[in-house]
Write a protein that binds this ligand. Structure first.
Ligand code: MRU
Length: 360
């Protein structure tokens, strides 16, 4: 992604691998500071996923794959049986970080499968190659989603997006933000309404930052303002990302997505979900079977930011100890979704069929 640091333009990926090191943008610090965090082994990478140093379904998937590559390199001197036991343990550690985005589970399974037969050296090489392949596929899919999705954005469109399904949620480009980038680069005049996305404010912090870097006109709105703009006819289409899509087209995405979808339908506004193959879970029949992550109540009663000197600060919005509930995702039933934007093109209802045809 294009980032401007002290006037200098740089091209940066969200996460990358340098031998046994995994480097990533520390998303907890954005938009106030751009810092690169270094994960020295698979345990640190797993912890980074858990603590949301990086987040977003695609980025989590690539981090999981790189974590598996790190584990393979860590264990390369062990005898075969111990090597495989080490890989299983690493897989379990990574699977236990965050439950909803299926990209993480697909990435771990693909790396385990890639190990295949043969000696340790061969297996290590194949696991590392598979991890790199997952990263490259992520990038290719994001670009294709941008190309297909831009066709759905008319000149002059006012677009609503929720949370951050941008370059930061993948290796680069993103899903929901990729068609927006492409439309902008094609010269279409667009405007983006960015839901702030409480409690962690991925919209206000991350999506706004990405749009700013790209020079795309936008405004952050309070989470409860989206319906107001939709009813006034000021939003022409909605594009969101996804963390897991069931075989019937039900979508798990950041909490609040369901409400946007219902209000969009009520107002006759197209509601698009942009996601790559890695986010589709054909083994999951419907949204009812998707595990929804419950995060700490502290996230709801506090807010992170910087003080006037730019120092990171956490403040209490509610009284310390106030009871709170914090589901991180919700499920939007397929009937509210106008189409899926994928690297295989635009998928329309009936979704059981179009999803199976594209990815089955
Ligand atoms: O909790 P997060 O930030 O990891 O949540 C993931 C998301 O950013 C969103 O749900 C997003 O819309 C889909 S991720 C491509």
């Amino acid at each position: 992604m294009r980032v401007v640091i002290e006037g200098e333009v740089r091209d940066l990926r969200t996460i990358w691998r340098e031998g046994q090191l995994v480097k990533l943008i520390d998303q907890r610090k954005l938009p106030h500071r751009l810092e690169i965090a270094v994960m020295r082994d698979h345990r640190e990478t797993a912890q980074a996923i858990k603590d949301m140093v990086l987040r977003g379904a695609g980025a989590i998937g690539v981090a999981a794959a790189y974590g598996m590559a790190q584990a393979a390199l860590e264990a390369r001197h062990l005898p075969l049986k111990d090597f495989m036991a080490y890989m299983e343990e690493a897989a379990q550690r990574i699977r236990a970080t965050r439950p909803t985005a299926v990209n993480l589970f697909h990435a771990v399974e693909r790396c385990l499968r890639a190990a295949g037969e043969g000696g340790v050296e061969e297996r290590v090489r194949r696991i590392v190659e598979e991890a790199d392949r997952i990263a490259e596929e992520d990038l290719r899919a994001s670009k294709l989603i941008g190309e297909y999705g831009a066709q759905l954005i008319p000149d002059g469109a006012r677009i609503l997006t929720h949370c951050n399904a941008g370059a930061l949620a993948f290796i680069d480009y993103g899903t929901a933000l990729s068609p927006i980038r492409y439309a902008h680069r094609m010269g279409k005049r667009i405007f983006v309404y960015v839901d702030e996305t409480r409690p962690r404010c991925q919209g206000a912090r991350l999506t706004a930052w990405e749009l700013e870097m790209e020079g795309i006109p936008y405004a952050v709105i309070a989470d409860n303002a989206a319906g107001y703009y939709m009813r006034r006819g000021e939003i022409d289409l909605v594009i969101v990302g996804a963390d897991r899509i069931a075989a019937n087209g039900d979508v798990a995405n950041k909490i609040g997505t369901y409400e946007r979808a219902v209000v969009a339908k009520e107002n006759g506004i197209p509601f698009y979900v942009a996601a790559p193959k890695m986010t589709f879970d054909l083994k999951c029949p419907s949204g009812d079977e998707i595990e929804i992550e419950e995060r700490s109540p502290e996230e709801v009663i506090t807010a992170w930011g910087v003080d006037e000197e730019g120092n990171p600060t956490r403040v209490y919005i509610a009284k310390r100890g106030t009871p709170a509930k914090n589901p991180a995702f919700d499920v939007t039933p397929a009937k509210y979704i106008t189409a899926f934007i994928t690297e295989r093109g635009i998928l329309r209802p009936p979704y059981e069929e179009s999803i199976r045809r594209a990815f089955g």
